[in-house]
Design a protein around this ligand. Structure first.
Ligand SMILES: [Zn+2]
Length: 122
């Protein structure tokens, strides 16, 4: 389960479509039509992610470090990852002290950790 939005750079993809590597895709009588259709669809943002990218930690934010993968993620990322894993938004927020016995799903390695095993990074 990967709940991170998959992001591609639209400009890089369009540049690649125009390049030598992709040129063979546009060969044949309908090649140009296929090319136009694909470029138009990309430019209409049909493939844009439905959810905005998960915000990363800014200076001053409290982060929580996973013991398993040693990565630090924001409270928002831990809460989102755990809510998706549990299939409900009704999870104790990681930043509340009442979550001591609760487990949270690491947004990076997707392992479950008890709240008390997470290192708080200021
Ligand atoms: Zn982890």
């Amino acid at each position: 389960m990967n709940n991170q939005a998959q992001i591609m750079d639209k400009e890089k993809f369009l540049k690649w479509l125009d390049g030598e590597e992709a040129a063979c895709l546009w060969e044949g009588p309908e090649g140009l039509m296929k090319y136009d259709m694909l470029v138009e669809t990309i430019n209409a943002d049909e493939f844009a992610p439905d959810t905005p990218p998960v915000p990363t930690i800014k200076p001053g934010d409290k982060g929580f470090k996973c013991k398993a993968c040693k990565e630090t993620f924001s409270a928002y990322e831990w809460n989102l990852s755990t809510a998706l894993y549990c299939g409900t938004s009704d999870v104790s927020p990681i930043e509340t002290t009442s979550a001591g016995d609760a487990f949270f799903i690491c947004p990076g390695c997707e392992k479950a950790s008890n709240h008390r095993d997470l290192e708080v990074v200021e």
